[in-house]
Design a protein around this ligand. Structure first.
Ligand code: ZN
Ligand code: ZN
Length: 433
Protein backbone atom coordinates (compact mmCIF):
# COMPACT_ATOMS: atom_id res chain seq x y z
CA UNK A 1 0.00 0.00 0.00
CA UNK A 2 1.23 3.51 -0.78
CA UNK A 3 0.48 6.71 1.07
CA UNK A 4 0.62 10.22 -0.43
CA UNK A 5 0.15 13.53 1.34
CA UNK A 6 -1.67 16.01 -0.89
CA UNK A 7 -2.11 18.40 2.01
CA UNK A 8 -1.71 18.70 5.76
CA UNK A 9 2.01 17.83 5.69
CA UNK A 10 3.95 20.18 8.00
CA UNK A 11 0.96 22.51 8.00
CA UNK A 12 -2.43 22.83 9.68
CA UNK A 13 -5.11 22.73 7.01
CA UNK A 14 -6.17 21.01 3.74
CA UNK A 15 -5.90 17.49 5.17
CA UNK A 16 -5.88 15.08 2.21
CA UNK A 17 -4.06 11.76 2.40
CA UNK A 18 -4.37 9.05 -0.22
CA UNK A 19 -3.97 5.35 0.52
CA UNK A 20 -3.76 3.29 -2.63
CA UNK A 21 -2.91 -0.16 -3.75
CA UNK A 22 -3.30 -0.75 -7.46
CA UNK A 23 -6.87 0.05 -8.42
CA UNK A 24 -8.00 0.15 -4.80
CA UNK A 25 -7.84 3.47 -3.00
CA UNK A 26 -9.29 5.74 -0.34
CA UNK A 27 -8.65 9.40 0.35
CA UNK A 28 -8.59 10.25 4.05
CA UNK A 29 -10.14 13.71 4.39
CA UNK A 30 -10.50 16.29 1.69
CA UNK A 31 -9.94 19.71 3.22
CA UNK A 32 -8.91 23.23 2.36
CA UNK A 33 -6.59 25.66 4.10
CA UNK A 34 -8.32 28.88 5.06
CA UNK A 35 -6.19 31.94 5.52
CA UNK A 36 -5.65 35.19 3.75
CA UNK A 37 -6.11 33.17 0.60
CA UNK A 38 -7.66 29.72 0.41
CA UNK A 39 -5.31 26.87 -0.44
CA UNK A 40 -6.34 23.52 -1.87
CA UNK A 41 -4.84 20.03 -1.75
CA UNK A 42 -2.08 19.74 -4.35
CA UNK A 43 -3.81 17.05 -6.33
CA UNK A 44 -4.00 17.11 -10.09
CA UNK A 45 -7.42 16.68 -11.68
CA UNK A 46 -6.32 13.47 -13.43
CA UNK A 47 -5.22 11.94 -10.15
CA UNK A 48 -8.43 13.10 -8.54
CA UNK A 49 -10.43 11.16 -11.15
CA UNK A 50 -8.83 7.93 -9.94
CA UNK A 51 -10.13 8.35 -6.41
CA UNK A 52 -13.00 6.02 -5.68
CA UNK A 53 -13.55 6.52 -1.96
CA UNK A 54 -13.23 9.44 0.44
CA UNK A 55 -13.67 9.29 4.21
CA UNK A 56 -14.27 12.50 6.16
CA UNK A 57 -13.04 12.52 9.76
CA UNK A 58 -15.09 15.56 10.81
CA UNK A 59 -16.95 18.57 9.49
CA UNK A 60 -14.33 21.32 9.91
CA UNK A 61 -13.46 22.75 6.50
CA UNK A 62 -9.77 21.94 6.82
CA UNK A 63 -10.97 18.32 6.55
CA UNK A 64 -14.06 18.55 4.33
CA UNK A 65 -13.99 21.81 2.36
CA UNK A 66 -12.55 20.42 -0.86
CA UNK A 67 -15.44 18.00 -1.46
CA UNK A 68 -17.58 20.43 -3.53
CA UNK A 69 -14.53 21.14 -5.70
CA UNK A 70 -14.17 17.40 -6.32
CA UNK A 71 -17.79 17.17 -7.41
CA UNK A 72 -17.42 20.25 -9.59
CA UNK A 73 -14.72 18.38 -11.51
CA UNK A 74 -17.32 15.74 -12.36
CA UNK A 75 -15.91 13.16 -10.00
CA UNK A 76 -18.31 11.41 -7.69
CA UNK A 77 -16.33 9.18 -5.38
CA UNK A 78 -18.11 7.40 -2.58
CA UNK A 79 -18.02 9.57 0.56
CA UNK A 80 -18.17 8.00 4.02
CA UNK A 81 -18.74 9.90 7.27
CA UNK A 82 -20.80 9.91 10.46
CA UNK A 83 -24.24 11.48 10.65
CA UNK A 84 -23.24 14.50 12.78
CA UNK A 85 -20.38 15.12 10.34
CA UNK A 86 -22.83 15.17 7.43
CA UNK A 87 -25.22 17.50 9.29
CA UNK A 88 -22.50 19.90 10.49
CA UNK A 89 -20.93 19.88 7.03
CA UNK A 90 -24.22 21.13 5.59
CA UNK A 91 -23.83 24.29 7.67
CA UNK A 92 -20.11 24.79 7.11
CA UNK A 93 -20.13 24.04 3.38
CA UNK A 94 -23.12 26.34 2.81
CA UNK A 95 -21.24 29.11 4.57
CA UNK A 96 -18.07 28.36 2.62
CA UNK A 97 -20.10 28.58 -0.59
CA UNK A 98 -21.61 31.92 0.46
CA UNK A 99 -18.27 33.50 1.40
CA UNK A 100 -16.47 31.99 -1.58
CA UNK A 101 -19.00 33.38 -4.05
CA UNK A 102 -19.07 36.72 -2.30
CA UNK A 103 -15.42 37.29 -3.05
CA UNK A 104 -15.23 39.42 -6.15
CA UNK A 105 -12.15 38.03 -7.77
CA UNK A 106 -12.78 34.36 -7.13
CA UNK A 107 -13.45 32.25 -10.15
CA UNK A 108 -16.58 30.16 -9.86
CA UNK A 109 -14.96 26.92 -8.73
CA UNK A 110 -18.06 25.06 -7.62
CA UNK A 111 -21.80 25.61 -7.43
CA UNK A 112 -24.37 25.29 -4.68
CA UNK A 113 -25.55 22.20 -6.61
CA UNK A 114 -22.17 20.60 -6.01
CA UNK A 115 -22.55 21.22 -2.27
CA UNK A 116 -26.01 19.65 -2.33
CA UNK A 117 -24.84 16.60 -4.23
CA UNK A 118 -21.99 16.03 -1.77
CA UNK A 119 -24.47 16.04 1.09
CA UNK A 120 -26.98 13.81 -0.70
CA UNK A 121 -24.40 11.24 -1.75
CA UNK A 122 -22.54 11.01 1.54
CA UNK A 123 -22.98 7.62 3.17
CA UNK A 124 -23.41 7.69 6.92
CA UNK A 125 -21.63 5.12 9.07
CA UNK A 126 -21.77 4.38 12.76
CA UNK A 127 -18.77 4.26 15.06
CA UNK A 128 -17.21 0.80 15.48
CA UNK A 129 -19.16 -0.74 12.58
CA UNK A 130 -16.87 -1.94 9.82
CA UNK A 131 -17.95 -1.18 6.27
CA UNK A 132 -16.51 -2.13 2.91
CA UNK A 133 -15.18 0.26 0.37
CA UNK A 134 -12.06 -0.91 -1.48
CA UNK A 135 -10.75 -1.70 1.99
CA UNK A 136 -12.39 -2.55 5.29
CA UNK A 137 -12.94 0.71 7.13
CA UNK A 138 -14.08 1.45 10.69
CA UNK A 139 -14.74 4.79 12.38
CA UNK A 140 -13.86 5.28 16.05
CA UNK A 141 -14.75 8.18 18.32
CA UNK A 142 -12.20 11.04 18.18
CA UNK A 143 -13.62 13.39 20.85
CA UNK A 144 -12.80 16.56 18.88
CA UNK A 145 -16.25 17.79 17.77
CA UNK A 146 -19.56 16.00 17.51
CA UNK A 147 -19.32 13.11 15.05
CA UNK A 148 -15.54 13.36 14.72
CA UNK A 149 -13.95 10.05 13.86
CA UNK A 150 -10.64 8.30 13.70
CA UNK A 151 -10.48 6.10 10.61
CA UNK A 152 -9.11 2.56 10.62
CA UNK A 153 -8.27 1.18 7.19
CA UNK A 154 -7.57 -2.54 6.86
CA UNK A 155 -6.30 -3.95 3.55
CA UNK A 156 -6.23 -7.50 4.87
CA UNK A 157 -2.53 -7.41 5.73
CA UNK A 158 -2.01 -4.07 7.44
CA UNK A 159 -4.06 -1.78 9.59
CA UNK A 160 -3.63 1.95 9.14
CA UNK A 161 -5.14 4.31 11.69
CA UNK A 162 -5.77 7.92 10.67
CA UNK A 163 -6.42 10.03 13.76
CA UNK A 164 -8.07 13.09 12.20
CA UNK A 165 -8.24 15.72 14.96
CA UNK A 166 -8.35 14.15 18.41
CA UNK A 167 -9.15 15.25 21.94
CA UNK A 168 -8.11 13.03 24.86
CA UNK A 169 -10.14 14.80 27.55
CA UNK A 170 -13.77 14.41 28.37
CA UNK A 171 -15.45 17.72 27.55
CA UNK A 172 -18.84 19.20 28.50
CA UNK A 173 -20.39 17.61 25.44
CA UNK A 174 -18.23 14.70 24.32
CA UNK A 175 -16.35 11.65 25.48
CA UNK A 176 -12.61 11.56 24.81
CA UNK A 177 -11.21 9.70 21.81
CA UNK A 178 -11.06 5.92 21.88
CA UNK A 179 -7.74 4.51 23.10
CA UNK A 180 -5.82 1.29 22.78
CA UNK A 181 -6.72 0.47 19.17
CA UNK A 182 -4.55 -1.95 17.24
CA UNK A 183 -2.72 -0.64 14.16
CA UNK A 184 0.54 -1.18 12.26
CA UNK A 185 0.69 2.36 10.93
CA UNK A 186 -0.57 5.56 12.52
CA UNK A 187 -1.13 8.88 10.78
CA UNK A 188 -1.57 11.31 13.65
CA UNK A 189 -2.40 14.99 13.94
CA UNK A 190 0.20 17.15 15.70
CA UNK A 191 -1.42 20.56 16.11
CA UNK A 192 0.30 20.78 19.50
CA UNK A 193 3.49 19.11 18.38
CA UNK A 194 5.93 21.42 20.18
CA UNK A 195 7.15 20.36 23.62
CA UNK A 196 6.01 23.71 25.01
CA UNK A 197 2.44 22.96 23.88
CA UNK A 198 1.08 21.93 27.26
CA UNK A 199 -2.49 22.99 27.85
CA UNK A 200 -3.97 23.85 31.25
CA UNK A 201 -6.85 21.73 32.54
CA UNK A 202 -10.33 22.73 31.38
CA UNK A 203 -11.16 23.48 35.01
CA UNK A 204 -8.35 26.03 35.32
CA UNK A 205 -9.21 27.58 31.98
CA UNK A 206 -12.89 27.91 32.83
CA UNK A 207 -12.07 29.40 36.23
CA UNK A 208 -9.97 32.04 34.56
CA UNK A 209 -12.79 32.72 32.13
CA UNK A 210 -15.37 33.07 34.90
CA UNK A 211 -13.17 35.52 36.77
CA UNK A 212 -12.80 37.74 33.69
CA UNK A 213 -16.54 37.60 32.96
CA UNK A 214 -17.48 38.44 36.55
CA UNK A 215 -15.10 41.38 36.65
CA UNK A 216 -16.44 42.70 33.36
CA UNK A 217 -20.11 42.32 34.27
CA UNK A 218 -19.49 43.93 37.68
CA UNK A 219 -18.21 47.02 35.90
CA UNK A 220 -21.32 47.04 33.75
CA UNK A 221 -19.42 45.81 30.70
CA UNK A 222 -20.08 43.40 27.85
CA UNK A 223 -18.11 40.24 27.20
CA UNK A 224 -17.50 39.25 23.57
CA UNK A 225 -16.41 35.66 23.00
CA UNK A 226 -15.42 35.17 19.35
CA UNK A 227 -15.76 31.52 18.44
CA UNK A 228 -15.84 29.05 15.58
CA UNK A 229 -19.36 27.87 14.83
CA UNK A 230 -18.72 24.21 15.51
CA UNK A 231 -16.94 22.77 18.52
CA UNK A 232 -15.65 25.38 20.96
CA UNK A 233 -18.88 27.39 20.81
CA UNK A 234 -21.02 24.51 22.07
CA UNK A 235 -18.51 23.63 24.78
CA UNK A 236 -18.25 27.23 26.00
CA UNK A 237 -22.00 27.83 25.90
CA UNK A 238 -22.80 24.76 27.94
CA UNK A 239 -20.10 25.70 30.44
CA UNK A 240 -21.41 29.26 30.79
CA UNK A 241 -24.91 27.92 31.33
CA UNK A 242 -23.67 25.49 34.01
CA UNK A 243 -21.79 28.24 35.86
CA UNK A 244 -24.85 30.47 35.77
CA UNK A 245 -27.04 27.71 37.16
CA UNK A 246 -24.55 27.00 39.95
CA UNK A 247 -24.27 30.69 40.84
CA UNK A 248 -20.59 30.96 39.93
CA UNK A 249 -21.70 33.48 37.32
CA UNK A 250 -24.48 36.01 37.88
CA UNK A 251 -27.67 35.57 35.84
CA UNK A 252 -26.97 37.36 32.59
CA UNK A 253 -28.24 37.02 29.08
CA UNK A 254 -26.04 34.93 26.82
CA UNK A 255 -26.49 36.03 23.22
CA UNK A 256 -25.65 33.54 20.49
CA UNK A 257 -24.96 34.82 17.01
CA UNK A 258 -24.01 33.57 13.58
CA UNK A 259 -23.86 29.96 12.54
CA UNK A 260 -23.42 28.90 16.14
CA UNK A 261 -27.21 28.80 16.42
CA UNK A 262 -27.52 26.34 13.53
CA UNK A 263 -24.70 24.21 14.86
CA UNK A 264 -26.37 24.11 18.29
CA UNK A 265 -29.53 22.71 16.68
CA UNK A 266 -27.50 20.01 14.97
CA UNK A 267 -25.77 19.14 18.25
CA UNK A 268 -29.20 18.82 19.84
CA UNK A 269 -30.58 16.62 17.05
CA UNK A 270 -27.55 14.36 17.33
CA UNK A 271 -27.45 14.30 21.13
CA UNK A 272 -27.10 10.52 20.98
CA UNK A 273 -23.47 11.23 20.03
CA UNK A 274 -22.89 13.32 23.18
CA UNK A 275 -21.44 11.95 26.42
CA UNK A 276 -23.64 10.22 29.01
CA UNK A 277 -24.05 13.34 31.19
CA UNK A 278 -25.71 15.20 28.35
CA UNK A 279 -27.82 12.23 27.28
CA UNK A 280 -29.02 11.69 30.84
CA UNK A 281 -29.98 15.34 31.24
CA UNK A 282 -31.99 15.27 28.04
CA UNK A 283 -33.60 11.87 28.54
CA UNK A 284 -34.28 11.87 32.27
CA UNK A 285 -35.44 15.43 32.75
CA UNK A 286 -36.87 18.38 30.94
CA UNK A 287 -33.48 19.97 31.25
CA UNK A 288 -32.13 20.46 27.75
CA UNK A 289 -28.65 21.99 27.93
CA UNK A 290 -28.73 23.02 24.26
CA UNK A 291 -31.92 25.05 24.72
CA UNK A 292 -31.21 26.76 28.01
CA UNK A 293 -33.44 29.73 28.95
CA UNK A 294 -30.19 31.67 29.42
CA UNK A 295 -29.57 31.55 25.66
CA UNK A 296 -30.94 34.29 23.42
CA UNK A 297 -30.76 34.71 19.67
CA UNK A 298 -30.77 38.33 18.50
CA UNK A 299 -31.90 39.14 14.97
CA UNK A 300 -30.09 41.80 13.03
CA UNK A 301 -32.95 44.19 13.91
CA UNK A 302 -32.62 43.57 17.63
CA UNK A 303 -28.83 43.66 17.79
CA UNK A 304 -28.90 47.20 19.15
CA UNK A 305 -30.79 45.85 22.19
CA UNK A 306 -27.87 43.59 22.99
CA UNK A 307 -25.75 46.68 23.52
CA UNK A 308 -28.04 48.16 26.17
CA UNK A 309 -27.19 46.09 29.23
CA UNK A 310 -24.22 43.99 30.42
CA UNK A 311 -24.27 40.55 28.81
CA UNK A 312 -22.19 37.83 27.20
CA UNK A 313 -22.05 37.53 23.41
CA UNK A 314 -20.77 34.34 21.81
CA UNK A 315 -20.37 34.89 18.10
CA UNK A 316 -18.56 34.01 14.88
CA UNK A 317 -16.01 34.37 13.50
CA UNK A 318 -13.48 32.93 15.88
CA UNK A 319 -10.46 34.65 14.34
CA UNK A 320 -12.22 38.00 13.69
CA UNK A 321 -12.18 37.55 9.93
CA UNK A 322 -15.82 38.61 9.55
CA UNK A 323 -19.29 37.62 10.70
CA UNK A 324 -21.47 39.24 13.40
CA UNK A 325 -18.48 39.70 15.74
CA UNK A 326 -17.57 42.66 13.54
CA UNK A 327 -20.72 44.55 14.53
CA UNK A 328 -20.05 43.97 18.23
CA UNK A 329 -16.39 44.93 17.99
CA UNK A 330 -17.30 48.17 16.27
CA UNK A 331 -19.78 49.07 18.98
CA UNK A 332 -18.05 47.70 22.06
CA UNK A 333 -14.29 47.31 21.60
CA UNK A 334 -13.57 51.01 22.10
CA UNK A 335 -14.87 50.99 25.68
CA UNK A 336 -12.40 49.88 28.42
CA UNK A 337 -15.34 48.50 30.49
CA UNK A 338 -15.83 45.66 27.98
CA UNK A 339 -13.79 42.53 27.31
CA UNK A 340 -12.94 40.26 24.40
CA UNK A 341 -12.19 36.70 25.46
CA UNK A 342 -10.61 34.47 22.83
CA UNK A 343 -11.26 30.77 23.29
CA UNK A 344 -10.06 29.15 20.07
CA UNK A 345 -7.09 28.56 17.83
CA UNK A 346 -5.80 31.69 16.05
CA UNK A 347 -3.97 31.03 12.81
CA UNK A 348 -0.96 33.21 12.14
CA UNK A 349 -1.68 36.42 10.29
CA UNK A 350 -5.36 36.55 11.28
CA UNK A 351 -6.85 39.62 12.96
CA UNK A 352 -7.49 37.55 16.06
CA UNK A 353 -3.81 36.65 16.41
CA UNK A 354 -2.84 40.30 15.90
CA UNK A 355 -5.17 41.48 18.66
CA UNK A 356 -3.80 38.83 21.00
CA UNK A 357 -0.28 39.96 20.11
CA UNK A 358 -1.20 43.49 21.22
CA UNK A 359 -2.39 45.33 18.12
CA UNK A 360 -4.96 47.88 19.18
CA UNK A 361 -5.95 49.37 15.86
CA UNK A 362 -7.39 46.78 13.51
CA UNK A 363 -8.94 46.81 10.11
CA UNK A 364 -11.67 44.37 9.18
CA UNK A 365 -13.38 44.61 5.80
CA UNK A 366 -12.57 48.32 5.27
CA UNK A 367 -13.49 49.26 8.81
CA UNK A 368 -11.02 50.69 11.29
CA UNK A 369 -11.69 49.50 14.82
CA UNK A 370 -9.95 50.80 17.91
CA UNK A 371 -9.51 48.30 20.72
CA UNK A 372 -9.50 49.89 24.14
CA UNK A 373 -11.27 47.08 25.95
CA UNK A 374 -9.70 44.26 27.91
CA UNK A 375 -8.30 41.45 25.74
CA UNK A 376 -7.85 37.98 27.20
CA UNK A 377 -7.16 34.54 25.92
CA UNK A 378 -8.37 31.30 27.45
CA UNK A 379 -6.86 28.06 26.27
CA UNK A 380 -9.74 25.68 25.61
CA UNK A 381 -8.62 23.45 22.85
CA UNK A 382 -10.38 20.53 21.20
CA UNK A 383 -7.00 19.01 20.38
CA UNK A 384 -4.68 16.76 22.36
CA UNK A 385 -1.69 18.68 23.72
CA UNK A 386 1.94 17.55 23.44
CA UNK A 387 1.90 15.12 26.38
CA UNK A 388 -1.47 13.72 25.39
CA UNK A 389 -0.28 13.09 21.84
CA UNK A 390 2.65 11.12 23.24
CA UNK A 391 0.26 9.09 25.39
CA UNK A 392 -2.05 8.53 22.46
CA UNK A 393 0.70 7.20 20.19
CA UNK A 394 2.09 4.96 22.91
CA UNK A 395 -1.41 3.60 23.53
CA UNK A 396 -1.78 2.21 20.00
CA UNK A 397 -1.10 -1.53 20.12
CA UNK A 398 1.28 -3.23 17.70
CA UNK A 399 2.38 0.08 16.26
CA UNK A 400 5.50 0.23 14.07
CA UNK A 401 5.34 3.29 11.91
CA UNK A 402 4.08 6.81 12.64
CA UNK A 403 3.41 9.69 10.24
CA UNK A 404 3.06 13.12 11.85
CA UNK A 405 0.74 15.51 10.05
CA UNK A 406 -1.62 18.46 10.71
CA UNK A 407 1.05 20.45 12.57
CA UNK A 408 3.98 22.78 12.12
CA UNK A 409 6.19 21.68 15.02
CA UNK A 410 7.74 18.24 15.21
CA UNK A 411 9.25 17.81 18.68
CA UNK A 412 7.11 14.67 18.84
CA UNK A 413 9.47 13.10 16.34
CA UNK A 414 12.41 13.39 18.74
CA UNK A 415 10.31 12.12 21.63
CA UNK A 416 9.13 8.98 19.79
CA UNK A 417 11.90 8.22 17.34
CA UNK A 418 13.63 5.55 19.39
CA UNK A 419 10.45 3.50 19.68
CA UNK A 420 8.88 3.75 16.22
CA UNK A 421 9.80 4.41 12.66
CA UNK A 422 8.88 8.08 12.47
CA UNK A 423 8.10 10.10 9.37
CA UNK A 424 7.39 13.81 9.04
CA UNK A 425 6.05 13.68 5.49
CA UNK A 426 6.47 16.44 2.96
CA UNK A 427 3.72 17.64 0.65
CA UNK A 428 3.30 15.38 -2.39
CA UNK A 429 5.73 12.76 -1.12
CA UNK A 430 4.69 9.12 -1.46
CA UNK A 431 5.76 6.42 0.99
CA UNK A 432 5.17 2.72 0.85
CA UNK A 433 3.77 1.06 3.93
ZN1 ZN B 1 -11.04 20.08 13.53
ZN1 ZN C 1 -8.08 20.12 11.72
Amino acid sequence: MRITFYGGAQEVGRAAVLLDEGPRNVMLDCGIKLGEKTEYPLIHDDELKRIKNITISHAHLDHSGYLPHVYAKRNQPRIFLTKPTRDLMSVLLADYYRIHHGEREQRKLFSSGDVERVLQDARMQEYRETFNSDFKITFHEAGHIMGSAMTMVDNGRKKVLFSGDICMRKTRVLDPCERGLHADVLIVESTYGAKTDILPSYKDSYQKMIKIIRETLDKGGHVIIPSFAVGRAQEVLLALDDYMRSGALPQTRIYIEGMITKAMKIYRHNAIYANDDIKRRILMSEDDPFNSPNFHHPRSKTREDVLKEPCIIVTTSGMLSGGPVLFYLEKLAGDPKNAIVFVGYQAEGTTGSKVIAGERQIRIKDKEIKINCRVERIRLSGHADFNELLQFVKGVKGLKKVFLMHGEKTDLKDALENQYELVVPRLLDTYSI
